[in-house]
Design a protein around this ligand. Sequence first.
Ligand SMILES: Nc1ncnc2c1ncn2[C@@H]1O[C@H](COP(=O)(O)OP(=O)(O)OP(=O)(O)O)[C@@H](O)[C@H]1O
Ligand SMILES: [Mg+2]
Length: 624
Amino acid sequence: MTSLLRIVRFTRALAPLYTAIILCSVLTAGAGLAVPFLIGHATDTVAAAVGGDTATGTAVRTVVLIAGAVLVAELAVTVISNVGGWFGDVMSNRMRTILSVRYYDKLLHLPQRWFDGEITGTIVARLNRSITEITNFTKMMSNSFASMLITTAAVLAISAWYAWPLTVLLLIVFPVYVWLTSLTSVKWQRLEGQKNEQVDIASGRFAEVVGQIRVVKSFVRERGELEDFSRRFRSTDATTRAQSTHWHRMDVIRRAFLNLIFFGIYVIIFVRTVQGAFSLGEMVLLIQLMSMAKAPVESMSWVIDSAQRAIAGSKDYFRVMETPVDPRTAAVMAARPEHARDAGHADGTAGELPAGGTADEARAIAPVAGAPVVAFRDVSFAYEDGEDVLHGIDFQVDRGEKIALVGESGGGKSTIVNLLLGLYEPRTGSIEVVGHPSAELPLDQLRARIGVVFQDASLFSGTIRENIAYGHPEASDEEVVEAARRANADAFIRRFERGYEQVIGERGLKLSGGQRQRIAVARAILKDAPVLVLDEATSALDTKAEIQVQKGLEELMAGRTSLIIAHRLSTIAGVDRIITLRDGNIDEIGSPAQLAASGGIYAQLLELQSSGDSRKLATFDITG
Ligand SMILES: Nc1ncnc2c1ncn2[C@@H]1O[C@H](COP(=O)(O)OP(=O)(O)OP(=O)(O)O)[C@@H](O)[C@H]1O
Ligand SMILES: [Mg+2]
């Protein structure tokens, strides 16, 4: 229940809609409650006429008037409940918007580590379910159940006025019914959780398979993937059977209990009417009131059921919302007023969209004079608990210097880039950027200073232009074309039918590997950051294209601090210094000429690459 209240607090921008819905519910209940009174009154009038106490003419006029009043009351119920329903629809949709936007906002600020442990499709499936269940419940609540609850409360009060034993019986029904239902729900929810887990895993895999359908096809794994998918869904059959058996068994018990109580209620009403305590009209009134009270009891199991789902959904929701973000991200978010609360705990004000436009200049990093642009100070790091991937990494890159990282695959080169970008924290040691400990810099400021081409080109669906201008959506066409030209991409882009407006498919699927890389290079060029990081930025290009891209990059690197990772050593021959890595340790640091003569990893690789001797390559032992 508290989690539902949190949802209400979380969406307090909707307060006017909540108020309108409650008002409509009260009016609907009030108009609805007038009907049994009117019908009771009509019954008495009819009885009096039949008994000869009233003249038929007068009685006819009265009952027609009463029928008219019933019509008015029922029309009022029809109209007001629909108005309330409209508010309910609008409210639940806005609630979905608020919850989804905040969830996305939160996800975008979660640390990289969190994503390493998750499967995309699973995150999406979970988000959809929890938000759907929350909004479904609030919609149902506002469309029908709120007025039912108000009616029930009124019925209790009215029946207490006429005959308190009826109230007592009704008062017994509710708690027992709720208790029996929640007993059912505990087990039901547990089983539902098991089903959801399977469905989430299957959905996660589903999304992954769709995203990499080429691999699935080439390894002829369609049947295997399908079987795995259907096995997970089939496993929910057995759970559903157990779940449903339990639910229906409990429903028999609670409904039988309800029938029994109503047996008592009818006995009281009938016997006391016969004894003369109630008039016929009062009897009819009470019978109608009792059946009005019965409706919410009967739908109670349904309501509690969806309330439980909504509670489970909101727990899932808040579990993600409470995941701690990187404190430096929190600082960035705190700079935007709406997020001041989000950063610490999941309670926020109700703005749907976070404001953009931070006070960038005010927080811009002021370089410390004479400090190296990047410095790793005895950094050790592990992705997970266990063995370190980097051991005591210590180097610095001065302003305008070009540094290359060389080493065997898996040696930790990309990891150094990840640490520099603040995607992960070093386990020990520290990283300094322009003289400031990077751990103290706001992440957006830190990342704004670094232009990076990742090892996998990582493009988005959309047009080429959108991809190149990803970091600078406001860039002019000329700037985009200039960046593409430097990345040696302009020529091939122009060959597309739609040029820069060509749509390139999910993750750039419709481009060749080398084309993707050149778009990624253009994207980094356009960012125009003072530090440039190239992680195998030209590895997919042929020698000719590589030389052309290299020319563009060289122009770009002039006066810029650069960190270059390349397996093809020809591309790093012109750097100032090379750092070689071996098993996560720095092996050597020196100029290309020095290292070529030292006999270390670089010299060995250089010899292999220039001789191109495949037999030598096959027996080469880099650790030797
Ligand atoms: N997200 C991650 N979670 C856990 N381990 C990881 C993760 N990313 C990389 N690793 C591990 O860290 C080690 C270093 O990886 P890294 O990507 O830094 O190597 P690299 O030097 O860039 O290799 P390559 O030349 O093949 O790109 C590898 O053993 C890898 O398995
Ligand atoms: Mg790498």
